[in-house]
Design a protein around this ligand. Structure first.
Ligand SMILES: [Zn+2]
Length: 325
C-alpha cells in the first residue's frame, strides 16, 4: 500500500516516542490540598477518600514538612472551624484558624508556596459561602466586604497566594482593591473562576465535615454552561486574576481547552474529591490499574491546557514519577 505518511513510524521505539511526546507531568505542576480541623487530637480519615485525613493543628507542621521533603512545592489550606457564626468572622480574625494555618505552614517551610482557600462555607454555621439575607440568598456585596477583611488577614499572616472559591461577582476586583491598598500588591490571586455546582464535590463535604443541607446553585455555575464558563474566566482576567481555574477537572476539559484558547493567563484545574474517590473505589474493586489511570488523567489535564493541578493524588504522583525515572 502506498501511503504518504504512516503515523506508526514514530511509535516504533520507546526513545522516539519519548522524543515526540507532547505533554509531561512534573512535581512542579502539583498543588497538594491539606485539611486542618480544630479541636481534634489525632488525624481523622475521610471515609470516602482513602489516604486523605483531617489533621489536628498540631500535625500541620509535620504534614507541610513531609510534603516539602518529597519535593512538593505548593499546598492549599482548608480549615474545618469549630468557631462558626453566621458570617464566618473567624476567617478575618488575626487569631483565627485560617491565619494560624498560614503561619504554621510558612514557619515550617518558608519557601513552600502557601495558598489559602478563601471562602466562608467552612466557617459559617449555615454552611453557605457568605452572608445570607432574610430571603435565604447569599448577599453578594456584603460577602465581598467580608472577603476583603479575610484576604487582608491572610496577607498579614504571610500567605503567598489568595484563592477565592466563593463565586461572588466582583470578587477578584474587591480582593485586588483590598490587597493593593494595604501594601500587598505583590500577592497573586488564583481565582476559582469557573466553578461548577457539581455532584463530584460529595466526598469533600465528608472531608470538611459539612452539615450543609442546601445547595449552591444560586452562585456556582450550571454544569450545562460552557460559554458562561469562558465569560466568568474572562471577567476575572479583566478584574486582575493572575491565574484562572476550572473546577472540577475531568468532566470539564472542554471548558479548560476553551479558556486556554482565549487567554494567556496560567490555568489551574481542581481534580476534585469525587474524581479521586471514584478511582480509589474502582482500584479497590480491582477493576482498574490505579497508577495508569491517574497518570493518564493528569496528562489529559495538561493536554487540555492546564498548567497547575490541585490533586489529592499529589503524594502518589511523586512516588510514581520516582518509580518511573
Ligand atoms: Zn465556599
Amino acid at each position: 500500500m502506498d501511503l504518504p505518511l504512516r503515523m506508526r513510524r514514530l511509535r516504533r521505539s520507546a526513545g522516539l516516542r519519548a522524543m515526540v511526546r507532547e505533554n509531561h507531568i512534573s512535581v512542579d505542576d502539583l498543588i497538594l490540598p491539606l485539611f486542618v480541623e480544630e479541636g481534634i487530637d489525632s488525624p481523622i480519615p475521610v471515609a470516602s477518600m482513602p489516604g486523605v485525613y483531617r489533621y489536628p493543628e498540631s500535625e500541620l507542621a509535620a504534614q507541610v514538612n513531609h510534603a516539602w521533603q518529597r519535593g512538593i512545592r505548593a499546598i492549599i489550606l482548608f480549615g474545618v472551624s469549630h468557631h462558626k457564626d453566621d458570617v464566618g468572622s473567624d476567617t478575618w480574625s488575626d487569631q483565627g484558624l485560617m491565619v494560624r494555618m498560614i503561619r504554621i505552614a510558612k514557619q515550617t517551610a518558608p519557601n513552600m508556596l502557601v495558598i489559602s482557600d478563601n471562602c466562608f462555607c467552612e466557617y459559617t454555621d449555615h454552611g453557605h459561602c457568605g452572608v445570607v439575607c432574610d430571603d435565604g440568598h447569599v448577599d453578594n456585596d456584603a460577602t465581598l466586604d467580608n472577603l476583603q477583611l479575610q484576604v487582608l488577614a491572610a496577607a498579614r499572616a504571610g500567605v503567598d497566594m489568595i484563592a477565592p472559591s466563593g463565586m461572588m461577582d466582583g470578587m477578584i476586583a474587591a480582593i485586588r482593591e483590598a490587597l493593593d491598598s494595604q501594601g500587598f500588591s505583590h500577592i497573586p490571586v488564583m481565582s476559582y473562576s469557573s466553578k461548577f455546582a457539581s455532584a463530584f464535590y460529595g466526598p469533600f463535604r465528608d472531608a470538611v465535615d459539612s452539615n450543609f443541607k442546601g445547595d449552591r446553585n444560586a452562585y456556582q455555575m450550571d454544569p450545562a454552561n460552557g460559554r458562561e464558563a469562558l465569560a466568568e474566566s474572562m471577567q476575572d482576567v479583566y478584574e486582575g486574576a493572575d491565574i484562572l481555574m476550572v473546577k472540577p477537572a475531568l468532566a470539564y476539559l472542554d471548558v479548560v481547552t476553551n479558556i486556554r484558547a482565549n487567554t494567556d493567563r496560567p490555568l489551574a484545574v481542581y481534580h476534585v474529591s469525587g474524581e479521586y474517590a471514584m478511582v480509589k473505589a474502582a482500584a479497590a474493586a480491582g477493576v482498574i490499574d490505579e497508577r495508569a489511570v491517574v497518570m493518564e488523567t493528569i496528562l489529559s489535564f495538561k493536554r487540555a491546557g492546564a498548567d497547575l493541578i490541585i490533586t489529592y493524588y499529589a503524594h502518589d504522583i511523586v512516588d510514581w514519577l520516582e518509580e518511573g525515572a
